[in-house]
Design a protein around this ligand. Structure first.
Ligand code: GAP
Length: 437
């Protein structure tokens, strides 16, 4: 993990947030390469699950929504993690993580049961001090809307993008009237005031989600649920995640989110352990019924064949961009002792080509290389130029950032218009005519 974090920083993929001021826990910034990778990942999600299908629609809703959204959804009451405080220095810890680190299986334990274990085992904080009373801590960030900061102006930064979809369900049915089943997707920021952010970008306080709410007739939910699990496995493979590194976890009743009747988490074997990459949840009609009750608006869908109107049920695949990027980087990273190579799928690589003149101090080579660079750049956009150091160093740098092909202009090029194309994964080289690049 340390090697990957270091590569991310060294090569401009991901930097600690606000680093110049000492950072801000749980926040990370994308550098130039990371911003390109993130864009490619999210574009692939959109292309696969929205643009290439006829039953999917996109929305782009606001981050700050009417606070009633979060009351109706149950987040104000229940979106909380167990917290316990060091009684000497008042540092706050996530209780289930403390217990897990002490070898306790916390699955299904209530707050009271966790507190009992702390008392029984006379557990101490990470700094060796006594621990206080455990309590639940709501993870939503709150703010105030408008110039008066009082209870009436309180609002939340969305902890999931899903509610921006549910609140627009009626708008989409009324304006587009899609056939059932249909889905709505959204990609965007989500915020959670995690008690203890950790493991690089895995548990951040600000992150991106790629979410789908797929509306179905309840009688069909089971087969559609299975299809979504299979579709996501295929896509994760396209993103370069080896099949044997992803695992389905049937989440037990006591660990499921308050809105879900069935959840499968797809876990990934990260270097820090097997952990949740994404979830697919059967949210039933929980959200639409809550909205109907709290807003007084009718959430019924009228099937076009004239059959009985119904409130659709929902299957929700949800994946965090950062957790996926971390899995992609871990899958792509290889070090055989001689070369560090980021074997990213071509579709994700920030640059598709790197163009360079063999020698920097030969104007005729530089001029020809610039010509080739301009051509490729026009055609593919994602083309790098590199004339720094020697050719070996340039290859090493491009290997580390995952550029699939390096195009080198040498003296032969000036005679026959061919270039050397050097391939990232096996370092093989071939001569190719410029016109055939
Ligand atoms: N709308 C459903 C929902 O939000 P979730 O399991 O709480 O469900 C979905 O979150 C996904 O969002 C997770 O599987 C994970 O990929 C990502 N995620 C959640 N919390 C995160 C965090 N603190 N940092 C990074 N990604 C996170």
């Amino acid at each position: 993990m340390d090697e990957i974090v270091s590569l991310c920083k060294r090569r401009g993929f991901i930097f600690p947030g606000s680093e110049v001021y000492g950072g801000l826990a749980g926040t990370w910034d994308y550098g130039p390469l990371g911003a390109m990778l993130k864009r490619n990942v999210e574009a692939s999600f959109w292309q696969t699950f929205v643009d290439s299908r006829t039953d999917m629609y996109g929305v782009d809703a606001t981050i700050i929504m009417n606070p009633k959204v979060w009351e109706a959804s149950g987040h104000v009451a229940t979106f909380a993690d167990p917290l316990i405080e060091d009684t000497v220095n008042n540092k706050r810890h996530r209780l289930d993580h403390l217990l897990e680190d002490a070898g306790v299986d916390v699955k299904g334990l209530s707050l009271e049961q966790m507190q009992e274990i702390v008392t029984e085992k006379k557990m101490k904080s990470l700094d060796g001090n006594p621990l206080g009373e455990a309590r639940m801590f709501n993870m939503m960030f709150s703010t105030h809307v408008g110039p008066v900061a009082d209870d009436k102006s309180i609002a939340y930064l969305r902890p999931e993008t899903a509610q921006g979809i549910f609140t627009n369900y009626k708008n989409i049915v009324d304006t587009i009237y899609p056939d059932l089943p249909f889905g709505i997707a959204q990609v965007g920021k989500a915020f959670r005031n995690e008690i203890s952010p950790r493991d690089f970008v895995f548990r951040s306080r600000e992150f991106n989600q790629m979410e789908i709410e797929y509306f179905v007739d309840p009688k069909d939910w089971e087969s559609i649920f299975e299809k979504w699990v299979a579709d996501f496995h295929s896509w994760l493979e396209e993103m370069g995640l080896p099949k044997d590194h992803t695992h389905d976890l049937e989440v037990p009743d006591e660990d499921r989110a308050h809105y879900s009747k069935r959840t499968i988490d797809i876990e990934f074997d990260y270097p820090v352990g097997r952990k949740e990459l994404m979830g697919i949840a059967y949210r039933t009609d929980f959200d639409l019924m809550n909205i109907q009750r709290e807003s007084g608006k009718n959430m019924m869908y009228r099937p076009k064949d004239g059959s009985e109107p119904l409130v659709p049920h929902v299957i929700e695949p949800s994946i965090g961009t950062e957790r996926l990027i971390m899995a992609i980087m871990c899958s792509a990273y290889t070090d055989d002792g001689e070369r560090v190579v980021l074997k990213l799928p071509e579709v994700l690589a920030p640059y598709k080509f790197c163009v360079s003149p063999l020698l920097k101090n030969k104007p005729e080579l530089v001029a020809k290389a610039q010509e080739v660079f301009a051509e490729l750049k026009k055609k593919y956009s994602f083309v790098a130029w590199d004339d720094s150091g020697n050719i070996g160093k340039r290859y090493a740098k491009q290997d580390e950032i995952g550029t699939p092909k390096c195009v080198v202009i040498d003296f032969e090029t000036l005679e026959d218009d061919t270039v050397t194309v050097r391939h990232r994964d096996d370092a093989s080289q071939e001569r190719v005519k410029i016109s055939e690049l």
